[in-house]
Design a protein around this ligand. Structure first.
Ligand code: FES
Length: 556
């Protein structure tokens, strides 16, 4: 089975099971109001889930999901997992024994002996018994397992960040409300049984509660399920052991940057080898071949490598990877190789292939804006450090807000200066218009801030802004915690130079004429100069703009 098909089956079956669980929990929450309402809800629940069409689909999803989990357990060459994967695995493996009793006591009892598994009967059977505690354990385990899966599936999707707080709230609240509904129902049935000693017996009779012989038959069914599940799990572990013994004598060597060598049995992926050796290696999707963050450049040994499968090729194509780059989680070398991870080990979901692919490093035509506060040194003199930090943060807030609002990415706050990128997604023309709008907004916001802080400032804030457009290499760069999305290249250098020219021209904004052309604004009314820039053979034509709001008006 191809990894892509396995992944799709896992997602589809997982989503179906989570849908079932969600509706089941919603039904439980009705217990907060009354037992009768719970029973009403159950009628709808049963009508949907227990019918000749949906029931086989639901149980197939359960079996497929469990089988895929065992398959994945077999395919892993070692069990040094990221914490979330370890939790996912442990919780997942503990579900079948807990779920088995619940299914046998409800659906199987109904199917074999026509037992009505109403809430009243089931809660009566569970409340105050060990089975009830076991059932209460099943709810959070299954729910947490499902939530981890959904989170790590969705987090590579655009837009997930926006809905994540809402989903998180639901993930937290729903099981709590469901549990409270179950507790309320338990207290309700206890009160009814105490008020009328014959009530519980009447319920048992009306729902055809299983007798001793039927209970023995149901226990045998449960044992059968456990034998199949336990046997499958034992087989997988046995197969892992056999494979390990057979491959012990066949190994290969991976050399990492810095000359570190790791020798591992043939069959390990490069990512498994990194984890096995404790070498930090980015793997946002946990080695499922989806995110591309694990990719490595093959520095030596490329011709001897097994060819990439269609799924790997598709992901590599999506990020525009050159031919000597492979996914570490899919590549199982059979000979010695020298590799270098392309992304830092700290790479996150924003670096994944599902995000815009410039994150991995691309050349783009963008507008770059540099802004610098004038006279800040004298402003900071004779002030307490706390005051300086306060003023700077208010300043960065005003400038950063203006940039973001205009559509830019403020990506460097150094000293009292800011660098921002525009048009990374929207293209150079839109980027230039956004950058000009941002320049006007920055000046406007700083004027408002100066008025607000007039008692604390010897003079209003003054700023110099330079904007240039052109090709730049964009991507996430840096080291360790300091990795961020930025741009490098001549365009950045020129924009920085234009910002410095604002001092010479005593103006708020200096832009290259290319910016005006790309933005489609008429700048003929503003003074024109030609300036030389280091490492540039030809001078750059610039326009000096004392009041950026005049330009912003032309943009509308
Ligand atoms: S870890 Fe995500 S593609 Fe390899």
């Amino acid at each position: 089975m191809s990894p892509l098909l396995a992944r799709r089956l896992r997602v589809v079956s997982g989503v179906l099971l989570m849908t079932y669980l969600t509706t089941h929990f919603l039904n439980h929450t009705l217990g907060l109001f009354s037992l009768e309402l719970m029973e009403d809800g159950r009628r709808w629940f049963i009508a949907f889930w227990r019918n000749p069409v949906v029931t086989p689909v639901l149980y197939s999803a359960l079996v497929v999901h469990a089988a895929l989990a065992l398959r994945s357990l077999y395919r892993r060459r070692h069990l040094r997992l990221a914490p979330w994967e370890a939790w996912q695995l442990v919780l997942g493996l503990s579900i079948p024994p807990l779920l088995g009793t619940h299914i046998v006591g409800t659906h199987v009892a109904w199917a074999l002996f026509d037992v009505t598994d109403s809430y009243t009967r089931v809660v009566l059977a569970l409340w105050g018994h060990v089975a009830g505690a076991r059932h209460s354990l099943l709810l959070p385990i299954a729910w947490t397992h499902g939530c981890i899966g959904i989170h790590f599936w969705l987090r590579l999707r655009a837009g997930y960040r926006r809905v994540q707080p809402w989903l998180f709230a639901v993930a937290l609240l729903l099981p709590v409300l469901a549990f409270l509904g179950f507790v309320m129902a338990g207290r309700d049935v206890t009160a009814r049984a105490q008020a009328d000693p014959g009530w519980a017996l009447a319920v048992a009779r009306a729902t055809r509660a299983p007798g001793p012989a039927q209970r023995a038959a149901l226990a045998a069914v449960y044992d059968g399920i456990m034998i199949v599940y336990g046997g499958a799990l034992a087989l997988v572990l046995l197969a892992r052991g056999v494979r390990r013994m057979r491959q012990r004598s066949h190994s290969f060597r991976i050399t990492y940057p810095g000359g570190r060598d790791v020798v591992t049995p043939i069959g390990f992926t490069v990512l498994e080898t990194s984890r096995f050796a404790g070498i930090p290696h980015a793997s946002v999707c946990g080695g499922r071949g989806r995110c591309s963050t694990c990719r490595v450049r093959i520095l030596r040994g490329f011709p001897e490598l097994p060819e990439a499968g269609p799924d790997e090729v598709r992901v590599l194509r999506r990020v525009g990877a050159p031919p000597d780059v492979r996914l570490a989680c899919q590549l199982r070398p059979t000979r010695d190789v020298v590799v270098a991870p392309v992304l830092p080990a700290t790479a996150g979901p924003s670096d994944a292939a599902f995000q815009t692919d410039h994150r991995g490093g691309r050349e783009r035509e963008i507008a770059v804006l540099f802004a610098d506060l004038r006279g800040f040194t004298s402003l900071a003199e004779h002030r307490l450090p706390y005051d300086v930090v306060f003023l700077l943060n208010r300043y960065f807030e005003a400038v950063g807000g203006a940039i973001t609002r205009a559509g830019g990415i403020p990506n460097q706050f150094t000293g009292d200066g800011v660098m921002a990128l525009f048009g990374v997604e929207s293209g150079a023309n839109a980027g230039c218009r956004e950058a000009l709008a941002a320049a006007a907004a920055i000046v406007e916001r700083l004027a408002a801030l100066s008025r607000e802080l007039s008692d604390d400032l010897p003079s209003p804030f003054r700023i110099g802004i330079g904007i240039h457009v052109g090709p730049a290499i964009v991507g996430r760069m840096g080291y360790g915690e300091g990795v961020y999305f930025t741009a490098v290249g001549d365009t950045v250098h020129v924009a920085s130079r234009l910002e410095q020219l604002t001092k010479d021209y005593r103006a708020a904004l200096v832009i290259s004429e290319e910016v005006a052309i790309a933005a489609g604004v008429d700048v003929s009314a503003f003074p024109r100069h030609e300036v030389t820039v280091r490492n540039r053979g030809v001078p750059v034509a610039v326009r000096v703009i004392a009041d950026p709001s005049r330009l912003a008006a032309a943009l509308v």
